[in-house]
Design a protein around this ligand. Structure first.
Ligand code: AMP
Ligand code: ZN
Length: 466
């Protein structure tokens, strides 16, 4: 099946291919680094990771830019409260964000770039918008006049006509969903960090940073722009107004938006206090892979309810896959090739990639995997799975893991020494001799969790690291 995405702009599912050079030019909105990101934020970033990997699986190259919002009202407020310069304050959370992304195995975009390194570019863009009469100044701030952009509302499919006169807000945190002119440049309040520029002292609004960085690094029309659904309005609507007023060209061809991670029917958010950071979850003993799996197991356009039971099921699902892989890699199967199983594996692989190509239907893709695992396990139990079926099975798991990336356990800081492995292997042999199979299985699992695979051979037990 050809790759297709639901496009918020057209409200249709459309076949996707990049416009030029087989390269997807993509921009995704990054974090505001005023605190640790919560796992709700990471649902959106994990969706972007699946998007990247699926695009690559379709043979496309990637040129992906993500911003770091390192100046905004909350950052200024919190840094001031701690008596720190904002750079020092945001450095901590930028670093934490990148560490958390790595723990969740989220691929790095080709370019990650902070807003404060682009103040000059933003000022130049605002001056051009001024020249084209898209702005007005008030009390040292500069606002975008929405009535100068007839397409305003086309992404959120809202009719703003008759609702635009003169109203405006100058904060980054929008609560009201009504039409407002928005700040491009903000005059400093007493004692606030400000940049001295031809526009006067101040700092950029949030929306202009994304327009400027996308245009600068990716060109006038990008292939994909993505983020969480809460960004559709006003952030992405405002990005379109700014960018298209600057270039006269469509800003992005495809707009993809991820639904929320919920807790008991409400969006996980800082302001509601119903959130967990990745660190909170790891401190409770869960593996980062379990969180990764949970976040990506539901299709991105469906909201996903977070529970610890869900997290336990995710961990169990990963364990099932790992056990299957171990069985495939270490069991002895009868010689020959079962055509029936070869066809079964090929069908599962096709079903898997078709599901992902169908607007990243991760649940469908995982369904294909687990049905295959069940069928293959039964075939193995019945002695019907042959040595000739092993390679295709392992290849299929590699195809799955190129997207889901959960099979390899995270190497713990407490890396298990060879001597410790040896003594557990010896203990397992004793347990087997004493017919204590529960204990011997437990040791096998414990070693597997440390990335050590056991192979029972005629010559005794061999072990290797994954
Ligand atoms: P922020 O750091 O607040 O700018 O948000 C970073 C990203 O997280 C944005 O793309 C938001 O849309 C997204 N986001 C925030 N809360 C949630 C949530 N509960 N579930 C999924 N995505 C979220
Ligand atoms: Zn943005």
């Amino acid at each position: 099946m050809p790759l297709q995405f639901y496009n918020t702009l057209t409200q249709q599912t459309q076949e996707f291919a990049p416009e030029r050079d087989n390269t997807v030019r993509m921009y995704t909105c990054g974090p505001t680094v005023y605190d640790y990101a919560h796992i709700g934020n990471f649902r959106t970033f994990a969706f972007v990771d699946i998007l990247r990997k699926t695009l690559r699986a379709n043979g496309f190259r990637l040129d992906h830019v993500m911003n770091i919002t390192d100046v905004d009202d909350k950052i200024i407020r919190n840094a001031a409260a701690q008596g720190k310069p904002i750079e020092e304050y945001t450095a901590v959370y930028t670093k934490a964000f990148l560490e958390d992304c790595a723990a969740l195995r989220l691929e790095r975009p080709e370019r990650i770039t902070p807003a404060t390194e682009h103040i000059g570019d933003m000022v130049a863009a605002i001056e051009r918008l001024e020249k084209e009469k898209h702005t007005y100044a008030s009390d040292g701030s500069v606002y975008f006049r929405i009535s100068t952009f007839p397409g305003y509302g086309k992404l959120s499919h809202t009719d703003f006509s008759g609702n635009l006169a003169g109203a405006r807000v100058d904060v980054d945190e929008y609560e009201k969903a009504d039409a407002r002119d928005f700040a491009l440049w903000k005059a400093p309040k007493e004692g606030e960090r400000a940049w001295e520029t031809p526009l006067g002292p101040g700092r950029p609004g949030w929306h202009i940073e994304c327009s400027v960085m996308a245009l600068k690094y990716l060109g006038e029309t990008i292939d994909i722009h993505a983020g969480g659904v809460d960004l559709i309005f006003p952030h992405h609507e405002n990005e379109i107004a700014q960018s298209e007023s600057l270039t006269g060209k469509p800003f992005a061809r495809f707009w993809l938006h991820a639904e929320f991670l919920m807790v008991e029917g409400q969006k996980m958010s800082k302001s509601l206090g119903n959130y967990f950071t990745l660190r909170d979850i790891l401190a409770r003993g869960f593996e980062p892979e379990a969180i990764r799996y949970l976040l990506i197991s539901a299709p991105y356009r469906k909201s996903l309810n977070f529970t610890f039971d869900g997290l336990k099921s995710a961990a169990a699902a990963i364990e099932r896959l790992r056990n299957f892989k171990l069985r495939l890699a270490t069991d002895r199967f009868p010689d020959g090739l079962s055509e029936k199983l070869a066809a079964r594996t090929a069908a599962a692989a096709k079903d898997f990639s078709d599901s992902l190509n169908d607007d990243l239907n991760t649940a469908g893709a995982l369904g294909a995997v687990f049905e295959y695992v069940r069928d293959a396990n039964s075939a193995m139990d019945a002695g019907e799975f042959t040595a000739g079926n092993v390679k295709a099975g392992l290849d299929f798991l590699a195809q799955v893991d190129a997207i889901f990336d959960v099979l390899q356990p995270t190497r713990k800081a407490s890396y298990m020494e060879d001597s410790e492995v040896e003594s557990l292997v010896a203990e397992r042999a004793e347990a087997k001799k004493a017919r204590d199979f529960a204990r011997s299985d437990q040791i096998r699992e414990q070693l597997l969790a440390q990335g050590v695979i056991l192979e029972d051979t005629k010559a005794g037990v061999r072990w290797k690291r994954k």
